[in-house]
Design a protein around this ligand. Structure first.
Ligand code: GCB
Length: 615
């Protein structure tokens, strides 16, 4: 053990390894775009706070035992000799809940539950010869152990990224199959996120579940985007997997633009494209043009809808397709406040983005963790730029190598999922992380990793600031060197700085000559509660706060956008005031019943003016 620790410690002291210790296999690109068998719907579940279905009475894990049997994943049934067998669970006689969907919002007794729940779904699928099958979960929070027909497929950590297994060999020939998931949302200090967050720890299978079918030799991955800094070229690659992957012709076809190129894969099944892009209209929020794109090999074909745009910075400007841009944003959680609970599908997600459009946004910050793949596709379609983030939030276990590997894996999976989306322009490596050497090493390594994985987008993080008695706000976090935008969260008029009317006395001293993107500001208001501009929790207070924030921030010369906190009220366990909060963070511009608060209209008017000035 000592040796192992020493090796890990050395690795840590040296540069971070870019090879995760236990990488999940590369995700099938655009899995939802394949021919799929949906496993959404009703799943039986067992609440198991003692993890009785996972450990025996000596606390040994059943799935580590010799037989590998004994856990709930067996989905055991008494045979005809019923009297001889003791089985103390029965999925089919247990209650059911809807998947996708967090458990907290489906049963009152599960609202605060943190621990293990087992899920079971039976399905019919007889594998066809010459096909491969991938079991796909959009997200399970947080630690998931996944079993098919009683055999373990694997364990996955991270509540917001897709999970996927090739199950071709595990499917039963008869076509009768069952999948069992142990989902455990226990918070732990060394995980990502850590134990402390300002959002609800929704547990369970929160996103779509399906089985994607591909041919034996299949297109496992591709990227089709404009080349870095080159508006005239579509650059990208295609990756084939399976036995016949080498020396295969693959054709990229963008029929509507008359673009076509055939390339040949190398010994590893990889080929790169470079296609003149002159005929392609540019994607932008004003004109979110998407093209039907297909990739065809001798055995496989994938279809996608892809937009083409260039995002760059020059000095303090953000250039979209070469034109200076003001990013009229809003922060969003992956939560439908009307449930309230995790967004459960396209309808919920479309509602959130439609609200952002009503506010006048051309940009959304999908805080504080990867959002649904569907959300990114909707943003493409609806013309909203996206800031996408990993849950490196507040005080992470900076010195733990496994924590870093986990964060890097989540970042890798996020980038894999979003890399073909024109809407996504910013990868954020974290939020409000405290200054210090181990943290700087952790965060700068993540920033470098993001850039290595995708050099065509901007890298950022939501930083903190500090103040001096002369009412100067300083932004000089050394992490800023590694980032393309200077982004910070700033709560003048709420957590510091006095009443809303007093905050215009602050000025900003920003160290970096980069575009400034204010990643958060805001204050709570209970919709329908009225007072004057100095009455905390009132709509008038929040309204005055927005008026004065916009005045104050307008003095920053490099200001190129903002994502105020937040579109809608959201559940947050830390928010305890029995009258004004009641388990909700009330910084929403829209309430948990869908009501627009007064500040909504302040920001809407400001965005109308910014659109006039810049668009
Ligand atoms: C922040 C955090 C955000 C919180 C917000 C608040 O700075 O980034 O997650 O919800 O403040 O309301 O305090």
């Amino acid at each position: 053990l000592m040796k192992v620790l020493t090796a890990a410690a050395l690795l840590w002291l040296g540069t971070f390894s870019s090879q995760p210790l236990q990488a999940q296999p590369a995700l099938l690109q655009n899995a939802p775009g394949r021919s799929v068998l949906s496993l959404n719907g009703s799943w039986n579940y067992i609440i198991d706070p003692y993890e009785n279905g996972f450990y025996d009475y000596r606390r040994e894990a059943f799935d580590q035992s010799k037989s590998g049997k004994g856990g709930y994943y067996d989905n055991a049934k008494p045979s005809s000799k019923q009297e001889e067998e003791l089985i103390e669970y029965d999925f089919d006689k247990s209650q059911a809940m809807q998947i996708p969907g967090d458990w907290n919002s489906q049963r009152p007794e599960l609202l605060y539950y943190e621990g293990t729940i087992w899920y079971k779904k039976s399905f019919a699928l007889a594998p066809k010869p010459g096909k491969r099958y991938f079991l796909y979960f959009g997200a399970i929070n947080y630690e998931a152990h996944i079993y098919l027909n009683g055999k373990k497929l694997g364990m996955h950590k991270g509540g917001f990224t897709p999970i996927q297994y090739d199950i071709t060999e595990q499917l039963s020939a008869s076509g009768d199959n069952f999948v069992v998931v142990k989902a455990d949302n226990t918070r732990r200090p060394e995980e990502v996120p850590t134990i402390n967050t300002d959002w609800w720890n929704y547990g369970g299978i929160t996103r779509d579940v399906f089985i994607a079918e591909t041919p034996a030799t299949y297109i496992s991955d591709y990227k089709v985007q404009l080349a870095k800094g080159d508006a005239n070229t579509v650059a990208g690659y295609v990756q084939l997997a399976g036995e016949g992957r080498a020396n295969q012709a693959v054709t990229l076809n963008i029929g509507e633009a008359g673009l076509k190129q055939t390339v040949k894969t190398d010994g590893e099944g990889r080929a790169t494209f470079s296609v003149p892009a002159k005929k392609l209209a540019r994607w932008s929020p004003q004109s979110p043009r998407l093209y039907a794109v297909s990739l065809t090999s001798s055995s496989d074909v994938v279809q996608d809808r892809i937009g083409f745009r260039l995002i760059e910075t020059r000095g303090q400007d953000i250039l979209l397709n070469g034109r200076s841009l003001y990013m009229r944003g809003i922060s969003i959680h992956d939560e439908n406040p009307l449930i309230p609970g995790r967004a459960r599908g396209e309808g919920d997600l479309r509602m959130l983005l439609t609200w952002a459009k009503e506010l006048g946004c051309n940009y959304v910050r999908l805080a504080h963790y990867p959002h649904n793949e569907t959300m990114l596709k909707l943003a493409d379609e609806m013309g909203l730029l996206v800031w996408a983030e990993v849950p490196v939030y507040w005080t992470i276990a900076w010195e733990n190598p496994a924590t870093y590997q986990n964060a890097e894996q989540q970042l890798t999976d996020l980038i894999s999922m979003g890399k073909n989306r024109a809407s996504v322009v910013v990868w954020s490596v974290g939020n409000e992380t405290p200054l210090g050497e181990p943290r700087l090493k952790f965060m700068s390594s993540l920033a470098k990793k993001a850039r290595a994985l995708d050099d065509t987008r901007l890298i950022s993080a939501a930083l903190e600031l500090h103040r001096t008695p002369d009412n100067v706000v300083h932004v000089d976090d050394p992490l800023g060197e590694f980032l393309d935008l200077t982004s910070f969260n700033e709560y003048a008029g709420w957590y510091w700085g006095g009443k809303p009317g007093e905050i215009t006395k602050y000025t900003f001293d920003i160290k970096y000559n980069k575009p400034v993107m204010v990643s958060e500001f805001g204050g709570d208001a209970l919709a329908g509660y009225h007072g004057d501009a100095n009455t905390r929790w009132s709509e008038e207070y929040q309204e005055a706060l927005y008026v004065n924030q916009l005045k104050m921030l307008s003095t920053i010369p490099g200001l190129r956008g903002m994502t105020p906190w937040i579109l809608a009220d959201f559940r947050a366990t830390r928010r305890q005031h029995p009258v004004y909060q009641n388990g909700f963070n009330r910084k929403g511009l829209i309430s948990s019943t869908g009501q627009r608060k007064k500040a909504f209209y302040v920001l809407q008017e400001y965005y109308r003016q910014m659109a006039q000035k810049y668009d």
